[in-house]
Design a protein around this ligand. Structure first.
Ligand code: SF4
Ligand code: SF4
Length: 441
């Protein structure tokens, strides 16, 4: 009889909050604090709230199951106070376990892992480190839902996501992994406008979708449809060289990007205004400025909220991190001790202000949960949705597969890999090292 950690691995559970870290690996350690992250903070996205309102018993059971192998002594869940329905649902479901609820104000980025650990445990993750170093394990609420399903021997074949913005029926629902963005939008009634663009899994930390036939995956938390002429879409459509050029000539070093950076305010040595200086230097000289980018979590506050000149400090940080990787610098080698900035709480970014500044207030919609049995005509399941080594296919073309069958295994003897399962029943029509296509029968 496999234990829960083995079941989590067999079910292909990976971090659903965005990073895609193979979950079973986390549960091989011991920890004091086990933290469930329900403090969703991306504008317009409501999938964590809807999951907690509608599936609280599964989440709570998942937390209880996950607590055992790591011998967690304190179980916590972080939820924004405004989501009172979710708080009540979790409270009702947790009558028999000692699960404490930590309520958060409506700020961005309340759901950042480092923030959550600090606010609940009072400890700061060492610079360049992970929560386990301060005796904490964090997972998104959807991951705990998937842990519960894994315990019932049900693999991860659906993702829970919000489809919103300029669609006919904004909604939050489960869809089979590998559904194309095009088909997913049809489930929400389609776009209300002809000339639209779609953001994948958030406005601040998400990405602009280039191809509507791209499949959704285990970490897809939302699809947000906006008009192509929306300022945000225009900004995301800029090329790297355009961003660099404008950044090099227009940055006046006001340092607002640093002063409002949530990681800087937590006490980490991340200083995007200094990173902006790298844009004016040759590869060798910019090394000095690049190091101020290393602790960036790409939350987007500097680029989309703080900079009065509409420049791209976050993108400059990403570029600097890439440049450092090219010369073999992949780890933070500076001081690891951290002390929160005295102005941290005063400089938090309220969601209302953020939504207004980003021109998103008119797009806010309930996007409540709707049960659906929708299955697309085909799915394309990518084998690298997790961090680590891509999964290895165990099916061949022309084979018939049942929904839930293993189609790609976690590569053995590697520290990080994850399994994938058929999200619909059908014929396997294409197998490549990158992904597997199944056509519905
Ligand atoms: S906020 Fe903008 S203008 Fe000011 S230092 Fe940062 S990138 Fe430069
Ligand atoms: S994206 Fe900008 S604000 Fe966010 S952590 Fe990185 S530098 Fe700081």
């Amino acid at each position: 009889m496999p234990d829960i950690v083995e079941k989590i691995k067999n079910a292909g559970v990976i971090g659903a909050g965005g990073a895609g870290f193979p979950t079973h690996v986390k549960y091989k350690s011991q920890t004091r604090w086990l933290l469930a992250n329900g403090a969703e903070c991306e504008p317009l996205m409501h999938k964590d709230r809807e999951l907690m309102v509608n599936f609280a018993p599964e989440i709570v059971n998942g937390i209880a199951l996950a607590a055992a192998p790591v011998a967690a002594k304190e179980l916590w869940i972080g939820i924004k106070s405004k989501n009172s329905g979710a708080i009540q649902a979790i409270r009702d479901a947790a009558k028999n376990i000692d699960l404490k609820i930590r309520e958060f104000g409506d700020f961005y980025p309340a759901g950042d892992e480092y923030e959550l650990v600090y606010e609940i445990t009072g400890k700061l993750v060492p610079a360049g480190g992970i929560p386990l170093q301060v005796d904490s394990i964090v997972n998104n609420v959807e991951t705990f839902y998937n842990i519960y399903q894994a315990h019932q021997n049900k693999p991860v074949i659906n993702t829970f996501l919000t489809i919103t913005g300029k669609v006919k029926q904004p909604v939050t629902l489960f869809l089979p992994i590998g559904t194309s963005v095009r088909h997913a939008l049809e489930v929400a009634g389609g776009s209300l406008i002809d000339d639209f663009a779609v953001m994948n899994s958030g406005i601040l930390m998400g990405k602009l979708i280039k191809d509507l036939d791209q499949p959704i995956g285990k970490t897809t938390g939302g699809l947000i449809v906006l008009p192509k002429e929306h300022r945000l879409i225009q900004r995301y459509s800029m090329t790297k060289s355009q961003m660099n050029k404008i950044g090099h000539s227009a940055c006046d070093q006001c340092s607002y990007c640093t002063e409002l950076c949530p990681r800087y305010l937590l006490g980490y040595d991340i200083q995007p205004h200094k990173v902006m200086r790298s844009l004016g230097f040759t590869l060798t000289s910019k090394e000095m400025w690049n190091r101020y980018a290393q602790l960036c979590c790409q939350c987007g506050i500097c680029t989309l909220y703080a900079c009065p000149e509409d420049l791209y400090p976050r993108e400059a940080c990403v570029q600097s991190i890439d440049n450092l990787k090219e010369i073999g610098v992949t780890k933070w080698e500076g001081p690891t001790e951290v002390k929160a900035h005295p102005m941290k709480n005063e400089r938090r970014v309220p969601m209302k202000l953020l939504n207004n500044k980003l021109g998103l207030t008119p797009y806010e919609a309930g996007a409540h949960y709707k049960e659906t049995a929708y299955e697309p005509p085909y799915v394309r399941i990518l084998l690298d949705q997790h961090i680590g080594v891509p999964a290895r296919p165990v099916v061949q073309e022309k084979q018939t597969v049942e929904k839930g069958r293993l189609i790609a295994e976690a590569v053995p003897d590697t520290p990080l890999s994850a399994a994938y399962h058929a999200s619909i029943s059908g014929h396997v029509t294409r197998v490549t090292p990158e992904g597997i296509t199944i056509e519905r029968i």
